[in-house]
Design a protein around this ligand. Structure first.
Ligand code: MG
Ligand code: MG
Length: 255
């Protein structure tokens, strides 16, 4: 069942989304050589509590940390640890905040110092995939339009779209119906309606889209071929006035 949110519930989500967004920005500002992913986790946890939120990931199905931090060929769900960022890495950071009963979920991928042109292209393309999907978050559009927008941007540039992980509804729970594949056929699937809220999260690779799950921790998910992966995510509401990015600056259509 897809839960639609009232205007006042969307307003609450937007307030929570500002915390999520500011937390990610703070983390990105702290990404540099020599910082561990555990350091970033500690900063995020403090930041979220200081701003009146609760880190939603901590304890989620036993997840031990407040953020996911996934370097290089790790796509998502990395557990922050002693991994020390070095020049030329990319690091995907994923934050979920519960605020007054609602969850917002957002992610970004950041380069550590200078990276090559190919890596820049991966980050830029994944950002564009998210922007293209956001543009589809309008009443009357269909779910397949959203996936298709992501897939066509990524594949036209020769990148892989991860298929085994999906975008999703979000609200009182971090994962609500429906699951939204980041690929699809336009004009298929159910129609979007005002008040629906989704966490749209393209995961794009430089190589193939096959994944493997770490046998060590059971959480971290890597590209099977070891290629680099990027992940950008926003919580977005479908409104009568078009898409509203709840984890952006709160202005309809803006990131
Ligand atoms: Mg997320
Ligand atoms: Mg998500």
């Amino acid at each position: 069942m897809i839960v639609r949110k009232s205007k006042s519930e969307l307003e609450t989500m937007r307030e929570g989304g500002r915390i999520t967004s500011a937390c990610l920005k703070m983390l990105a500002d702290n990404v540099r050589e020599g910082v561990t992913t555990k350091d970033l986790d500690r900063l995020a946890e403090e930041f979220i509590y200081d701003h009146g939120g609760k880190p939603e990931f901590k304890g989620y199905q036993g997840f031990p940390a407040s953020i996911c931090a996934s370097p290089n060929s790790m796509i998502v769900h990395g557990i922050p640890d002693s991994y020390t960022l070095k020049q030329g890495d990319i690091i995907s950071l994923d934050v979920g905040v519960r605020y007054e009963g609602f969850v917002t979920d957002s992610a970004t991928t950041v380069a550590v110092g200078e990276v090559g042109r190919e890596t820049e292209g991966l980050l830029e393309t994944t950002r564009r995939c998210l922007a293209a999907a956001t543009e589809q978050m309008r009443a009357g559009k269909r779910l397949g339009d959203v996936g298709y927008a992501i897939q066509s941007v990524a594949e036209s540039r020769g990148y892989g779209v991860v298929r085994d992980l999906v975008s999703h509804g979000v609200g009182r729970a971090m994962h609500e119906d429906p699951q939204i594949p980041n690929y699809g056929d336009p004009g298929t699937g159910f129609r979007l309606l005002p008040g629906m809220t989704f966490a749209i999260e393209p995961m794009i690779t430089l190589g193939s889209y096959d994944i493997s799950i770490s046998e060590l921790d059971g959480w971290s998910i890597y590209t099977a071929d070891g290629s680099l992966a990027a992940h950008f995510e926003h919580t977005i509401a479908v409104t009568e006035n078009g898409p509203m990015i709840l984890t952006g600056d709160g202005v309809p259509g803006a990131g």
